[in-house]
Design a protein around this ligand. Structure first.
Ligand code: MRU
Length: 368
């Protein structure tokens, strides 16, 4: 998507193939900085410390991390190479626990590497697989846009063509994927089709991913307003939200949805106010191995310091300031799970499904 009119992806291999470039999301929305990732360990840090974030992008980044590991280890003897790449894959896999895309991408690399013999061959296969995952992610997001726009278009017709208010939580935008985004693919496609839209952007404490969403929507000319995390219920109760669409880091087979902390409360408010609540779900975020999500999907707990402080800009300089006196206790649960019965539908690359249709719909789509 666009930054100051120039097209960017969130991750791409360097021209000489020796490193991988990412947009350092810690600097956004004030500064656009490209970071060069040279080793798989740097990729582990980039994922863990959220230089990049968002489930689909974490998957693509892990795949490129495996490629970097293969490059670094290419001069090892084959047996040592295999053991060291296995360790690298384990480290990458442990970088963050909730997004299933990370496991999915590592398993896909493992399969690709198992078909090759020499380290050189494996490095080439790892690069091909990482590139394929990135390309497929863009294709999937584009298809989410097409399927989701049908929902938006029907609601717009029902509303007589007035501006539709869409609420979203966290950043399920192009920054969270390789390009387009999952939720924002729907928004960008609907806007491109001339459907008048306005987006309520949840601030999403403590990491303020809403700032990323607002920034990217503005860069791409979509009207939006940031609201504090607790405002959604009030807006829904007063008829100011026509549709909620959120992303997901992992959706279980029964349709329970893990997403950024606070999603569950929005789903409950949407249900109480009969606001349609959709999940933009690319198939790599679907965990077919997990029968149900509540109580089973691992929920990341991050540094409480993220709750106790806030980062911002003052006079052109980045600053982190304390919000609480030293010694204050805090807990930082990064995700929650929304039970499937609150979800109106899942927008996937194979179509829009209800919870009871989801597993079969995705399976049928993958085999067709
Ligand atoms: O902690 P983050 O910023 O990686 O969490 C991201 C989210 O929760 C997104 O909404 C989710 O990954 C879906 S992104 C397409």
């Amino acid at each position: 998507m666009l930054i100051d009119g120039v097209h960017y992806r969130s991750i791409w291999p360097a021209e000489d193939g020796g490193s991988v470039l990412i947009i350092d999301q810690r600097k956004l929305p004030f500064d656009v900085e490209v970071e060069t990732i040279r080793t798989y360990r740097e990729m582990v840090v980039a994922i863990r410390d959220m230089h990049l974030r968002g489930a689909p992008l974490i998957g693509a980044a892990a795949a490129y991390g495996v490629y970097l590991a293969c490059l670094e280890l290419a001069n090892d003897e084959p047996a040592q190479f295999d053991a060291a790449v296995d360790r690298a894959m384990a480290e990458l896999r442990e970088a963050r626990p909730t997004a299933v895309n990370l496991h999915w991408a590592i398993e896909r690399q493992r399969m690709a590497l198992s078909c090759c013999s020499s380290p050189d061959e494996k490095a080439r296969a790892a690069r091909r697989t990482a590139d394929a995952i990135a390309e497929e992610d863009m294709e999937i997001c584009a298809r989410l846009g097409t399927h989701g726009t049908r929902i938006v278009s029907a609601l717009s017709e029902e509303a007589g063509g007035r501006t539709l208010n869409v609420l979203t939580h966290c950043n399920a935008g192009w920054l969270a994927t390789v390009d387009y985004g999952t939720v924002t693919a729907v928004i960008y496609e609907a806007a491109a089709q001339g459907i008048p839209l306005h987006v309520w952007v949840d601030e999403t404490r403590p990491r303020n991913q809403g700032a990323l969403t607002a920034w990217e929507l503005t860069q791409n000319n979509v009207p939006n307003t940031v609201i504090c995390d607790n405002a959604g219920g009030h807006l829904m109760q007063n008829g100011m939200v026509d549709l909620a669409i959120v992303g997901t880091d992992r959706t279980a087979r029964n349709g329970d949805v893990a997403n950024k902390i606070g999603t569950y409360l929005k789903a409950v408010a949407a249900y109480d106010n009969r606001v349609p609540f959709y999940v933009a779900l690319p198939s790599p975020s679907f965990d077919a191995e997990m029968p149900a999500g509540v109580g089973s999907i691992p929920i990341e707990e991050r540094d409480p310091g993220e709750v106790l402080s806030v980062r911002g800009m003052r006079a052109g300089r980045e600053e982190t300031v304390a919000l609480y006196p030293e010694g204050t206790e805090a807990a930082n649960y990064a995700f929650d799970v929304t039970p499937a019965h609150y979800v109106t539908g899942y927008i996937t690359e194979h179509g829009v499904f209800t919870a009871s249709e989801l597993a079969e719909g995705l399976m049928a789509g993958q085999s067709s």
